[in-house]
Design a protein around this ligand. Structure first.
Ligand code: GDP
Length: 166
């Protein structure tokens, strides 16, 4: 899969989770925003031969049937969580629903437990438990504690695709 010119990485998470900040850490090039007619934003960036698509899913249940069709042939699902958010349980539910999407079956999952620089942040282990990651049998998964703000835990080396280091 790494030999391909393009990898489709879908980056999801609730509003304010840190997706945009994380993307800036991962991407070396400019971010372009596409706003399809359905009324949700897709941010797209090309970096290290990857195409990353970011979707905001916060409060957008109504448009979900529309963005579903864009999820086909996704190579990697990145899910960003605000570890300090009191409402992070909501984020857990969103992920549980997402992973049941037929088009995302078997797609490897990378969870970023973001905002670890905040004292109120829950540790990654607690988030992994909240997400019941250990019950996922049909896909590879990994959780990574990070601070998209400081870049800690988001290690990017220019000669390699960023996701290989996490
Ligand atoms: P998005 O809505 O998921 O794209 O979230 P943003 O990337 O826009 O971030 C939302 C807010 O959280 C902004 O004010 C960011 O500066 C802040 N933020 C993002 N990542 C971190 C982090 O790791 N630590 C802290 N303290 N704040 C962060």
């Amino acid at each position: 899969v790494w030999g391909r010119q393009e990898l489709r990485i879908v980056l999801l998470g609730l509003d304010n989770a840190g997706k945009t900040t994380l993307l800036k850490c991962l991407a070396s090039e400019e971010v372009s925003t596409i706003t399809p007619t359905q009324g949700f934003n897709i941010k797209s960036v090309h970096s290290h031969g990857f195409k990353l698509n970011i979707w905001d899913i916060g409060g957008q249940r109504a448009v979900r049937p529309y963005w579903r069709k864009y999820l086909g042939s996704t190579d990697l699902l990145i899910y960003v969580i605000d570890s300090a958010d009191q409402k992070r349980v909501l984020s857990w539910q969103e992920l549980a629903e997402l992973t049941e999407e037929e088009s995302l079956m078997g797609v490897p999952l990378l969870v970023f437990a973001n905002k670890q620089d905040l004292v109120t942040a829950a540790p990654a282990a607690e988030i992994a438990e909240g997400l019941s990651l250990h019950t996922y049998r049909d896909r590879e998964w990994q959780i990574q504690a990070c601070s998209a703000l400081s870049g800690e835990g988001v290690q990017v080396r220019s000669e390699r695709p960023p996701v290989l280091q996490v």
